[in-house]
Structure formats: C-alpha cells, structure tokens
Design a protein around this ligand. Structure first.
Ligand code: SPV
Ligand code: MG
Length: 290
C-alpha cells in the first residue's frame, strides 16, 4: 500500500490517527520514531522556524520544499498544511500538484482570505471566504490531484472567527458536497465544549480532524470514543519543545560561562549522527567507495 492508501484506509475504517507537527525533517524523524501515525506539515511551525508570523509570509516554494524534504525522510504519511491554498481556485489548481509531487498524502486548506492570519492569535484577523468561493477552491483541489488517493481536507474556521455552530455546520456540509474527503474543525476555546457540540451535531458525511491545542484536556481515548474523528493533529508541539529546550540550554551556557554543565543532559553527538542516517551512508561507503 502507498502512504496515501494507508491514510485513506484508516479514514475509511474510522481508526483514529495521530499526527505530530514538524517544521523540518529531523522533527519528522523524531515524531515517526516516537510512534505517531503521520506528520503534520504545520504552517505555524514552518513560519515559526523562520521566526516570522504565520500569516502567508513564506513563499509557496519554501512550503513545498520543506514538505519534500520531510516526506523524503519518513515513511508515514505527510499531511501538508497549505493554508489558504496560496490564492484563489486557479492558484489552488497549480499549487496542489506541486504538493503532490513533493510526496504528501493529504493537504489541508482553510476557508480564510489570503493573506491569512494565524488561528490561535488573540484578536487575529479571521476573515472567511464566501462558502461558494471556498467550495470552488476545494473542487479545484480535488480536480487537480493526480492520485485519487491523495486526501483533500477542508478546514472550517467559522468557530475561530466567532460565527457560531450553525455557520460551522453549514460550511462543513458545503465543503463535503464540493468533494472534501475530511473536515478539519478548529476551535480556540479553552475547553472542549465547543468542539464536542460540533462533533455531536455533525452528520458524519466525512471524517473530522481535530487540533486540540487550545483544549489539551481532550485525550485521544475521548476523541476515539466520539466515533466521528479520523485524525488528531498536535499542531505546534515540535517547535514549542525545541524553543523550550534551546532557551533552557542557551541560558545555562551563558550563566555558567561554558558548556560543561549542559553536556550530560544533551543527546550525544553520536545520537545526532545516527539520526542523520549514518547507517545508510556506511552501507554506501562499503559498497561503492573504492
Ligand atoms: C498549524 O499548525 O499551522 C495549524 C494549526 O494550522 S493552528 O496553528 O492551530 O492554526
Ligand atoms: Mg496552519
């Protein structure tokens, strides 16, 4: 089975998949080793790793190249966050084959205006497209994929924009009618209530995708018990872990005036060399270096 088929079959069978965010191939390799089912090619993490806002600042080529680099180093499916699709439905038709050629197994596109603002920012600019405009973008994505197993996920930002449950349900249904294989419903409420209301009212016409960053108390077993969610995405935990770890180590080195105090707590250099794929290189050396 291809990676696309692994993802599609899991969604069909109603098995909950876990996807961890990654902003580079090393983070993706660590996520795969930790046992996550998929990699979330997070726009937030990618932007953060360039130290710029998650607001349509980075170019399409930066996004595509990172997805290509990640997909090349892991064997689990990669779910690409394509933000707003880099423009209108015409742009989507050109963009989607590029992500597909990069090796991703799914794309997630959100119903916000380009340029976007990030969803979890307080008082962010959350401007949504008209429903039929975004339906056109979803239909363009579906028509542009070459492999029918590539999963197209429509992301509903109505709850993020404060438009309420009825509007969120209306949008989700409309996007499935336009051809979406799954619906990501996002919320920034600090409790799961808003998302649980949505899930309960959902007609089940397509699997849902949740990103419980704002309501971390909702665990995988709770989500699986809802029977309507296909993927849980941990949206920004790789970059937050990296920032926290670097901050701590850098501060300690400055405070100590040297690296002796942090050496034992850090992964050994050999650990990093192994993660770089050293075993494969040794094999090549054996076989081909004369
Ligand atoms: C991302 O990780 O880029 C997401 C999830 O889109 S969120 O940042 O919560 O909007
Ligand atoms: Mg994003």
């Amino acid at each position: 089975m291809t990676r696309h088929q692994v993802l599609r079959q899991a969604l069909r069978e109603g098995r909950l998949l876990t996807a961890m965010a990654a902003h580079n191939p090393m983070a993706a390799v660590l996520a795969e080793q930790a046992g996550f089912d998929a990699i979330w090619g997070s726009g937030f993490e990618l932007s953060a790793s360039y130290a710029v806002p998650d607001a349509s600042i980075l170019s399409l080529s930066v996004h595509v190249e990172m997805m290509r680099a990640i997909a090349a180093r892991v064997s689990v499916p990669v779910i690409a966050d394509i933000d707003t699709g880099f423009g209108n439905a015409v742009n989507v038709a050109y963009v989607l084959p590029q992500f597909e050629a990069a090796g991703v197994s799914a794309v997630v596109m959100e119903d916000k205006h380009f340029p976007k603002d990030t969803s979890l920012r307080e008082q962010g600019r959350q401007e949504l497209l008209a429903i039929e405009t975004f339906q056109g973008k979803i239909a363009a994505a579906v028509a542009a994929r070459r492999d029918p197993d590539l999963v197209v996920v429509a992301r509903v930002e109505a709850l993020i924009a404060g438009l309420g449950q009825a509007e969120a349900q209306r949008r989700a249904r409309a996007y499935v009618q336009a051809g979406a294989d799954a619906v990501l419903i996002h919320s920034k409420q600090k409790t799961p209530d808003e998302i649980l209301d949505f899930v309960q009212a959902w007609d089940g016409s397509a699997p849902l995708v949740l990103v419980p960053t704002a309501y971390p108390q909702l665990r995988e077993s709770d989500i699986a018990a809802l029977k309507k969610v296909g993927i849980v995405i941990y949206g920004n935990h790789a970059i937050r872990a990296a920032v926290g770890a670097m901050r701590e180590v850098f501060a300690r080195i400055r405070a100590d005036g040297g690296i002796a105090g942090v050496d034992a707590q850090l992964p050994a250099v050999n650990d990093i060399i192994a993660l770089q794929g050293d075993a494969g290189m040794r094999e090549l050396e054996q076989r081909f270096l004369r």
